[in-house]
Design a protein around this ligand. Structure first.
Ligand code: NAD
Ligand code: DAU
Length: 352
């Protein structure tokens, strides 16, 4: 059956993988990528599908309700998959209001537009909000986040995402908007902007720059290959229960320092360096304020109800990711010139 779906944030890291999956897998669907093209949005991420007959791009800001209304009227969507957001914790510490505007107000704007546009017939409609495990706060050495874990965000980023999640559920309970929400762990893979741990460190190894590890390096994250997140989003969009939440994770916990050492080893092999070369770049620096100690997802529900599980091991995914960065040096060059340099200086040159 044909559908028209607006994917917000489709020019970003995860959004571009979701757009590609839907454009290729569902040629009968019309896929509209709605993105403001902030520093994190990059149409180069979608070069391979930009001429597909079922793909459309709309440059628009979710803060602008008039633009949203125009796009809804023009395309008449049945579904929204909402990924547009400010996504980097460190930037949220510098500029919390940007996160309130985009993540909270932008999401409420989008909810209002969908509610208004679908008010006479919500049948067959779906508003899918893509969120994060960071809303649950931090774990100690044991335990997992489940769909029932109480929200306890600590960073301005996670507080803004928590707020947006609450609004999405409130629009379901108050107005009957057919919503579904997922909360995912740390993604990695091709097209990841080099402000986040893995692509930042790949870029720094390539450029022989210090690898800035925050605090004692013993913080733990649960890593998932981005294409497996996109597969989960596809399943939840089509088969998830309206009003429900699904946790998505990689069953793959790593302490930062162990991950960095594995990355250094793989990079040295790829570069033909003697073993141990890149590890010498590791530099411990001042900790991130409010740094959550450990995240770990119990992805049992999506696995049992929808039959989803990750398709690649971490070693395979990391090797594919490293290869992608070596094969896409022009992409890396484009995204690390300009604003990136100022951000880097502000974030690292003052704290190290
Ligand atoms: P990203 O920063 O790479 O991309 C965000 C995209 O949103 C960019 O294309 C940007 O141009 C667009 N955007 C930002 N503000 C906008 C606005 N006002 N209007 C329209 N578009 C706007 O982010 P990402 O890492 O791909 O994350 C996508 C979503 O997934 C976010 O909602 C994030 O909270 C969530 N998430 C991310 C991860 C992760 O590990 N990266 C994990 C779980 C959940
Ligand atoms: O858990 C899901 C979240 O994962 C997403 O919601 C966020 O959008 C995404 O950015 C990511 O958040 P993190 O803060 O976990 O990711 P980041 O890559 O920034 O950091 C991963 C870990 O590495 C974290 O413990 C901080 C540490 N780190 C990060 C950077 C950038 C360092 O030690 N040094 C660094 O330079």
């Amino acid at each position: 059956m044909s559908k028209t779906i607006i994917i917000t944030g489709g020019a970003g890291f995860i959004g571009s993988h979701v757009v590609r999956l839907f454009v290729n897998k569902y040629p009968e669907y019309k896929i509209i990528n709605l993105d403001a093209l902030t520093y994190a949005g990059n149409l180069e991420n979608l070069r391979d599908i930009e001429n597909a007959p079922n793909y459309f791009f709309e440059k628009a800001d979710i803060l602008n309700a008039d633009q949203l209304e125009r796009i809804f009227v023009l395309h008449n969507p049945d579904g929204v998959i909402h990924l547009a957001a400010e996504s980097h914790v460190d930037r949220s510490i510098h500029s919390p209001l940007d996160f309130v505007y985009t993540n909270v107000i932008g999401t409420v704007n989008l909810l209002n537009t969908a509610k208004h546009f679908w008010k006479d017939n919500m049948g067959g409609k779906r508003f899918y909000h893509v969120s994060t495990d960071e809303v649950y706060g931090a774990l100690g050495d044991t335990g997992f986040f489940t769909e029932e874990t109480k929200y306890d965000p600590h960073s301005p980023y996670s507080a803004s995402k928590a707020s947006s999640d609450h609004f999405v559920r409130a629009y379901h309970d108050t107005y009957g908007l057919p919503v579904v929400v997922s909360n995912c762990s740390n993604n990695y893979g091709p097209n990841h902007f080099p402000e986040k741990l893995i692509p930042l460190f790949i870029n720094n190894v390539i450029n022989k720059k210090p690898l800035p590890v925050y605090g004692d390096g013993l913080y733990t994250r649960d890593w998932l290959f981005v294409k497996d997140h996109a597969r989960a989003i596809d399943l939840i969009f089509h088969q998830g229960k309206t009003g429900d939440t699904y946790n998505i994770g990689g069953f793959n916990e790593w302490k930062n320092i162990d991950l960095v050492k594995l990355l250094c080893k793989l990079m040295d092999e790829r570069l033909g360096n003697p073993a141990g070369t890149s590890e010498q770049l590791i530099t411990y620096i001042k900790d991130r304020p409010g740094h959550d100690r450990r995240y770990a997802i119990d992805a049992g529900k999506i696995s049992k109800e929808l039959g989803w599980k990750p398709s690649v091991t971490f070693e395979e995914g990391l090797a594919q990711t490293i290869d992608w960065y070596f094969q896409n040096t022009e992409w890396l060059h484009h995204v690390t010139s300009g604003e990136y340099q100022q951000y880097y200086q502000k974030q690292y040159d003052k704290t190290s």
